[in-house]
Design a protein around this ligand. Structure first.
Ligand code: AMP
Length: 288
């Protein structure tokens, strides 16, 4: 059933053709365009990227698309929160257009192309979600090619994703500037995420400690503790908090996400974590 957008105070494009028509009209006026891709269930983290977009371009398109191809069959695609009307209300006065296609518009029958990267996609998330980044790279390429923005903005919350997109855009000569926006956090430091709504009150409390452990582990390495030692201590602390499974806690080269062979950073480094608590999988990262 088509959603009733009559009450929205912001225009919504549902197809590539409608999106292109809106962007073409802006182009005629000489206006620049920024794209902020999202899966909706918008929070302050998303809104901070939109604020950043407004400082960089004349018009801001926010895409809302829960992309099926980046979820594995055992993941939360059907449960993922879908709150389009509330999202549209949050975007009023903040963005100029919502692009919210349905899956059949993005992936019509016969769709056969996948963009997959080697290297930066392989460790960390790539180990635990082996098909995830091909889904992300393909959908982001499509969104960029549909909107043809000067700038596309992504959150540092998904640090590896940001590195993957930078790599793809450079490798495929896609004419767009990729900008990263800082991670927005709750009062206790928990990185904002659409998935935080899954957390029970008890889980929410433990989740708020994850960023503390990240910061302390990073500080220990910055003070000279070997990476393996600091990470092993940090990992134990995460499990003690009540997390059910630690997928990874790693300190890696910030751009390539390769490990440091000498057990200490030899250039810009990032600490990255993924851990499950109850049915929620949380990720976070920060500089070392
Ligand atoms: P998502 O809707 O989760 O796919 O996220 C859409 C964009 O918002 C991605 O570029 C995310 O990295 C970014 N994002 C998600 N959470 C945050 C946050 N807490 N702070 C900044 N950006 C975020």
């Amino acid at each position: 059933m088509p959603l009733d957008t009559a009450s929205y105070k912001i225009p919504v494009a549902r197809s590539a053709a409608d999106l292109r028509e809106a962007v073409a009209a802006w182009r005629k006026e000489g206006l620049s365009v920024a794209l902020v891709p999202t899966m909706g269930a918008l929070h302050e983290g998303h809104l901070s990227l939109i604020d950043l977009a407004r400082t960089k371009a004349d018009r801001v398109v926010v895409s809302i698309f829960v992309n099926p191809t980046q979820f594995a069959p055992n993941e939360d695609f059907s449960a993922y929160p879908r709150t389009e009307a509330a999202d549209a209300a949050k975007l009023e006065g903040q963005a100029d257009l919502i692009f919210a296609p349905d899956a059949a518009d993005m992936y019509p029958e016969g769709f056969s192309t996948t963009i997959s990267l080697t290297g930066v996609t392989e460790p960390l998330e790539g180990t635990f979600r082996p098909t995830h980044f091909a889904g992300v790279a393909t959908v982001v390429a499509k969104l960029i090619l549909r909107a043809m923005p000067e700038i596309a903005i992504f959150g540092e919350k998904d640090w590896q994703q940001l590195m993957v997109i930078r790599r793809m855009v450079a490798d495929l000569d896609i004419p767009v500037e990729i900008l990263g926006g800082p991670i927005m956090r709750e009062a206790d430091g928990l990185a904002m995420s659409s998935r935080n709504v899954y957390l029970s009150p008890e889980e929410r409390k433990a989740a708020g400690q994850l960023n503390v452990i990240l910061r302390e582990t990073a500080a220990n390495v910055a003070k000279g503790k070997p990476i393996s030692e600091a990470v092993s201590e940090g990992s134990k602390r995460i499990l003690v908090l009540g997390f059910d499974k630690l997928d990874y806690l790693e300190i890696r080269d910030a751009a390539s996400l390769a490990a440091f062979p000498e057990d200490k950073p030899s250039g810009p480094a990032r600490i990255l974590v993924a851990a499950k608590i109850g049915r929620t999988r949380l990720i976070d990262n920060m500089p070392v």
